[in-house]
Design a protein around this ligand. Structure first.
Ligand SMILES: Nc1ncnc2c1ncn2[C@@H]1O[C@H](COP(=O)(O)OP(=O)(O)OP(=O)(O)O)[C@@H](O)[C@H]1O
Length: 309
């Protein structure tokens, strides 16, 4: 799958207008194969509209897009390789979770033998025989994800799967998304909670009012938006010495007390951290700690989109 020459999803000027309102505005973006991509934007940014176009549920006003290398004008060519949860799934409250999945497997032409596997993938192995109506919201969401996995898809598209969940439910959802991705699937997951996607996504697409604000690796976004590495020295004198040496070596530093903040300058925090640690050690400076410091993703995005939305 990693040899696939095309991205899992590619949009080229994709546009959807409703009367005078443009919900998705000349959106050009892509999702590389194998990533967990976070599709982030405030409510009304156009996430659901864009995802619905990718699934052939609504027709674009202009522009093109491809999913798994096939144009969205022919969804029949790729939908069997895609699992999606966009509108809340229609489950029967009186049926068990497993029975609901049997119904969907029959409708979708999927092998019912996969049901125990997909229940286990979302942590519902022990609850498959409970009625759906008795499930908590988190369990309902997880059953929805299990349903997307019935066809063993290459690409999974999830619209706001953490909506309405409490922090524990959100953490569970993150674990499930990571586990699904670890099996080699590409994931596109939307959220209006940036901190949420940042923890699970390695690729970030940010939209606002239907237009692209950022796309790229999550780590690069963090580095670009003012992230720094903070080294804690034994005392002020050691910190001052480290700051001088790092400055001479070409780094941009800022010292406060026994802390030295080093700009990432486009590097990722782990590699700069290792470098600073070695640099200090080689010069006889013992570091008491090293941490990454950065504005919250929310603040970074607000800066990017000028506080709009
Ligand atoms: N069928 C429709 N008719 C008219 N306007 C619509 C329709 N569907 C969506 N819109 C408008 O398009 C814009 C984008 O909506 P969309 O649901 O795609 O945003 P979103 O980012 O998914 O937000 P949310 O998280 O609130 O669902 C909104 O202004 C919405 O009111």
């Amino acid at each position: 799958m990693t040899d696939t020459p095309h991205p899992a999803v590619a949009l080229n000027g994709l546009t959807k207008r409703y009367g005078g309102r443009t919900a998705v505005d000349r959106l050009t973006m892509h999702v590389p194969v194998g990533v967990v991509a976070g599709f982030v934007g405030p409510n009304g940014a156009g996430k659901t509209t864009a995802m619905s176009m990718l699934l052939g549920l609504i027709r674009p006003s202009a522009g093109t897009a491809e999913v798994l290398g096939e144009p969205i004008s022919r969804p029949g060519a790729y939908l069997r390789r895609v699992g999606a949860l966009v509108e809340g799934p229609g489950f029967y409250p009186a049926l068990t979770g497993a029975a609901n999945l049997r119904v969907l497997a029959t409708i979708g032409g999927h092998d019912p033998a996969r049901i125990p596997t997909v229940l286990a993938e979302v942590g519902l192995a022990a609850r498959g025989d409970d009625r759906y109506g008795r499930y908590s919201l988190g369990m309902k969401q997880r059953l929805g994800i299990a349903a997307t996995l019935l066809g063993d898809p290459e690409l999974v598209i999830l619209d706001e799967p953490t909506n309405g969940l409490d922090p524990a439910g959100m953490a569970e959802m993150r674990q499930i998304i990571a586990a699904i991705a670890a099996q080699g699937r590409t994931i596109l997951v939307s959220s209006h909670l940036l901190g949420e996607v940042e923890q699970v996504c390695d690729w970030l697409i940010i939209i606002n009012r239907g237009t692209l604000a950022y796309q790229g690796p999550t780590a690069q976004f963090a580095a670009r938006a003012g992230a720094r590495l903070v080294a804690l020295a034994a005392d002020h004198a050691e910190a001052a010495r480290l700051a001088d040496l790092l400055t001479t070596a070409g780094h941009t530093v800022d010292r406060a007390g026994d802390e030295v903040a080093v700009d990432l300058d486009g590097r990722d925090a782990p590699s700069l951290g290792a470098h600073v640690n070695r640099f200090a050690h080689d010069r006889g400076i013992v570091l008491a700690g090293l941490r990454e410091q950065r504005p919250s993703l929310e603040d970074q995005v607000l800066a990017l989109i000028g506080g709009a939305g």
